[in-house]
Write a new protein. Sequence first.
Length: 408
Amino acid sequence: MRRVVVTGMGIVSPIGIGKEEVLMNLERSTVAIDYISSFDASNLPVRIAAEVKNFDVEKYIDRKLARRTDRFVHFALAAFKEALDQAKIDLSSFSERTAVLVGSGMGGFITLDTENNKFLAQGASKVSPFLIPMLLINMASGIISIEHGLKGVNFAPVSACASSGHAIALGTLLIRHNYADVAIVGGAEATIAPLPIAGFASMRALSTRNDEPKRASRPFDVQRDGFVMGEGGAILILEAEEIALKRNAEIIAEIKGFGMNDDAYHMSAPDPEGAGAEKAMRLALEDANLSPQDIQYVSCHATSTPAGDEAEAKAIERIFGKEIYVNSSKALMGHLLGAAAAAESVVAILQMQKGFLHAMPNLDEKDPQVNVNVVGKEPVRIEIENFVKNSFGFGGHNVSIVIGRYEP
């Protein structure tokens, strides 16, 4: 079975556009949450989010394509460009052997919201002829393939907030079993719009700390009250080890194992004991042929919801004990929904490369039910050989991925 390595990464996030800016803000523990600026949110119960600021789409794609695609596709294309620049791979040599799997939880929701408002106010004739392709979740993977002539396996995993976790796992599977030599995997999301905010607020999933935006996202803290909506995209370029070695590529990391399952418990709440999360992590360790002692860090899904954080912590404790280091990048950049797993994988790999774990600025008092080693208000210096990235989604979907340093 072929080994799968990472040769390129790209990211667009609230804490930075590109790896260099993201790393700088990770080291500074910068919180990117603020009042919503992209529309008037004054009549909404939640008026805060983690927006991507200063994003110029025309730096990445031409104006005509930008007008015909949704913001979530823009994020995916920008992240892919950075990943491709790092990988330095001539994709034309792998046209029919490159898989593209870019997930999203909600797809072109900003387009849907905007065009529906036009329809209600001005009638059917004013609806854009590009409405349908702009809102389709598979369009990020489709456009990447069209722009680069990639004719291999192509689809969009959709499993709510686990979508890009599934993309990484499935891309790994395709390369391992020789269905592809290269896989472009990741996710993108752009749902900071009135209707999604109102919907998540109605189900009491969002933090309502409207007077304290910077303190709203507080995974594992006893005062957490919900997640903060984020947006962005991230792409990883995966290759079969022998392909990367043959072309003398710089290998960034290795995807060593994955586990996927479902809680089969509730449409939006996790199993309170974290049984599904535990099983997914154990499957990932088994797949990687590693023991719990081989893992130095867990990059948590932890969204800052009361039930979710506690269930995940219980599962982690049962496998790794109380001393394992954990943090959640949602403390800094909010919850990127379907793009979260890919963005947080990039963040975790950057931390592995630099030997640190970013701080959790809002961890004032750890929940007493959380019995693992949560990084506090200061970064932790640590040598990481292997880590686990968790990703969970509405519908009970669980994905755990083991990523580590590459050793020939």
